[in-house]
Design a protein. Structure first.
Length: 66
């Protein structure tokens, strides 16, 4: 992720939604990537709703989902 941001050459905002994975993904990775906005859903809302969550939080002009 860090390499992708560096190569982009412009400011980016990274938002990750954990759709109730049941493990400690957010807790573990938030320490490795402190610049990322993490959303930990209590229930799996599905891909579309998770994407809408990101759209409602994002401040940029463009969005890319990976």
């Amino acid at each position: 992720m860090e390499e992708a941001v560096r190569v982009a050459g412009f400011a980016v905002e990274v938002i990750v939604v954990d759709n109730a994975s049941g493990d400690q993904t957010v807790e573990i990775l938030s320490h490795e990537f402190p610049g990322v906005k993490w959303v930990a859903n209590d229930t799996n809302t599905g891909f579309s709703k998770a994407c809408n969550q990101v759209f409602s939080m994002a401040k940029g002009e463009y969005a890319l989902f990976l």
